[in-house]
Design a protein around this ligand. Structure first.
Ligand SMILES: [Zn+2]
Length: 221
């Protein structure tokens, strides 16, 4: 059996694996051995993921055992994204192979509040705009990758040169807006800066050519 794992599918499979040991005795040994193998392979391959500790074989053995089986072999090189195991349960043996979804290897996205903005950014903007009492407003906050692609294309048409377009609009994937960590404000920018200072808001203006573009100070680039 070959499976592609995402984090959610993995959690589900491990839960199923946990129940396997309590299946009625009517369940065939083969089926139970297969479940044990699946759980062991899934758990082992997750060791290559962002939260894993690269102890593939130890984890495979533990999950095989918790499902009533014995790990016979684990084809699991450190750092691999594909693990194969063979387990025995009574007279039955089973093999399973699990492949880690490359998406599961990327770092988790930043936590974003409603509207896609980071909650700290949302909170700071809320306080800023309340204090500005209508003189400062939000022009652009969170942008989806699709929206960012449209904006970059527009900049390319406007400036006629990719390098100049890059000076004004981040490419899709690069934008702090897309990560929910930036906002473009409109209105009285001098007042905005004064209020940020007075209220100790975690906002700054990192781009000299875009005085309207504010980012969360604690944001990791
Ligand atoms: Zn911006």
């Amino acid at each position: 059996m070959s499976v592609v794992v995402s984090c959610v599918a993995l959690a589900l499979a491990l839960i199923l694996g946990g129940y396997a040991g309590r299946l009625s005795t009517a369940a065939t040994l083969e089926a139970r051995a297969q479940l044990a193998a699946d759980a062991a392979a899934l758990a082992a391959v997750a060791e290559s993921g962002p939260y894993g500790r690269a102890s593939h074989e130890t984890v495979a053995r533990r999950f095989a055992r918790s499902n009533g089986a014995r790990l016979l072999r684990c084809w699991c090189e450190p750092g691999t994204t594909s693990v194969q195991v063979r387990v025995a349960l009574g007279d039955a043996t089973a093999e399973a192979r699990a492949v880690l979804d490359p998406a599961a290897l990327s770092p988790p996205p930043p936590i974003v509040g409603t509207g896609g903005m980071h909650p700290l950014l949302e909170d700071a903007l809320d306080r800023l705009m309340r204090a500005a009492d209508g003189s400062v407003w939000l022009n652009s906050g969170y942008r989806s990758p699709e929206r960012q692609a449209v904006l970059w294309q527009e900049a390319l048409e406007k400036y006629g040169d990719p390098e100049r377009a890059d000076d004004w609009v981040a490419r899709p994937g690069d934008s702090m807006h897309q990560r929910g960590l930036a906002a473009d404000l409109g209105g009285d920018m001098a007042l905005a800066v004064q209020l940020i200072d007075r209220l100790h808001l975690p906002l700054h203006r990192p781009l000299p050519n875009e005085p309207w573009h504010f980012e969360l100070i604690s944001a990791h680039r």
